[in-house]
Ligand binder design. Structure first.
Ligand SMILES: [Zn+2]
Length: 389
């Protein structure tokens, strides 16, 4: 595991980093925190006013930065027009690929969702998948000004072009970016879905204002993303089940790789549902398990309580080992953290030194658009960091 090697405080998995360091920092500061007055920008970047003018001029000329509509009162009482990003001048498409569906959004430069659509995948053949995206695009409205496409999936893509493995799609070494660019005519970047979600949180979400945060997602598996010192921590192993095998309950069931009580068996939708099916001796859905636990069914309640405790212990482990400021819990199985909230907090407390700061835990309601927005965020990142855009 290592941090991204690009220079400057803002880095991302897919960043090619073509802009000079300071110009890039300026563009990103306005994108993430703007609109900001020139004085405030100069202060934040630690540069003089003339240097700021020199740095901003080409970005204004390129149409990336614009003077904001609303003047703000400057330090000397004079109205000043702050710099803002030209958010509406560019559109981006983000597509999250799951095993049987694709979910797409169109966003502006600030990753604000303008349109969303989803469609079933006709097959898992890469050419069919790209064709399904092509068919879906008109449903996202005005796609004439699209500046980039981001595709995310549960899998590994070390160079952001070739998908080396994607178990849900049964893919090995699929040149997905080349296929998509040929068919769609758009600059395309590929990213692991968890990394993409983390980028969206770092650039456009509640991770903007902290130096370090982690995301844990509960879904078909358990996912984990980390930003530390404002850098995304990533690795060619992103997409391999790393945190999924973290031990969280010595008495839990076994996973396919022979671990007892690892995060996947205790926390994933599949793991929780399988335990409930065994106890109730019938097929159940995840939603039903949660409803039964709410209603006081003894088996469902015991299983959900144990999973909540295990989730709390995983949260505590992340907080203790990474010393991050905030932890987000997210994903389609997030109901576990809501139904078993007390158990989660108990699990955190159990493994946390009483003198340590309380964990800043944020439970995010599930929103399928967020994953596609993550993919769009990676395309935005690529666009902003590239001089040629
Ligand atoms: Zn395991």
């Amino acid at each position: 595991m290592g941090t991204d090697t690009a220079e400057g405080p803002w880095t991302g998995a897919a960043g090619s980093g073509d802009l000079d360091g300071l110009a890039r920092d300026l563009a990103l500061t306005v994108l993430i925190h703007g609109p900001l007055s020139r004085r405030e920008l100069a202060d934040r970047l630690g540069v003089s006013a003339p240097t700021l003018t020199r740095l901003s001029a080409p970005l204004v000329e390129r149409g990336l930065l614009v003077p904001a509509d609303e003047p703000v009162v400057g330090r000397l009482g004079r109205p000043a027009r702050p710099l803002d990003i030209a958010a509406g001048a560019h559109s981006f498409i983000g597509v999250k690929l799951a095993g049987d569906t694709l979910h797409a959004v169109r966003t502006n430069l600030r990753a604000e969702i303008q349109a969303a659509a989803e469609a079933p995948l006709p097959s898992q053949d890469p050419a069919d998948v790209v064709e399904a995206i092509r068919t879906l695009l008109p449903r996202l409205g005005d796609v004439d000004r699209v500046s980039g496409l981001g595709l995310s999936l549960g899998g590994s893509t070390p160079d952001h072009r070739l998908v080396t493995r994607a178990p849900f799609l049964h893919w090995t070494d699929v040149p997905l970016a080349d296929l998509a660019t040929q068919t769609l005519g758009l600059p395309t970047v590929i990213e692991n879905d968890l990394v993409a979600l983390t980028v969206a949180e770092q650039w456009f979400g509640d991770g903007r204002d902290v130096d370090s945060f982690a995301i844990l997602t509960i879904g078909a598996g358990v996912g984990y993303g980390l930003v530390t010192h404002r850098r995304l921590v990533t690795s060619p192993d992103a997409g391999v089940g790393l945190v999924g095998h973290f031990p969280v309950d010595p008495d839990g069931p076994w996973c396919a790789d022979g671990h007892r009580g690892c995060a996947d068996t205790m926390l994933s939708i599949t793991g929780v549902t399988a335990q409930a099916a065994l106890a109730l001796r019938r097929d159940v859905t995840y939603d039903e398990v949660m409803q039964l636990a709410r209603a006081g069914d003894p088996a469902a309640r015991a299983i959900v309580h144990a999973s909540g405790l295990a989730l709390g212990r995983l949260v505590a482990a992340v907080a203790n080992l990474t010393m991050c400021e905030r932890i987000f819990l997210s994903g389609e199985g997030i109901d576990l953290a809501v139904v078993a909230r007390d158990a989660v907090l108990e699990g955190v407390q159990r493994d946390r030194d009483p003198n340590a700061a309380p964990v800043d835990l944020v439970i995010q309601p599930h929103d399928a658009d967020l994953w596609a927005r993550g993919a769009a965020s990676v395309a935005i990142q690529q666009f902003v960091l590239s001089r040629d855009s």
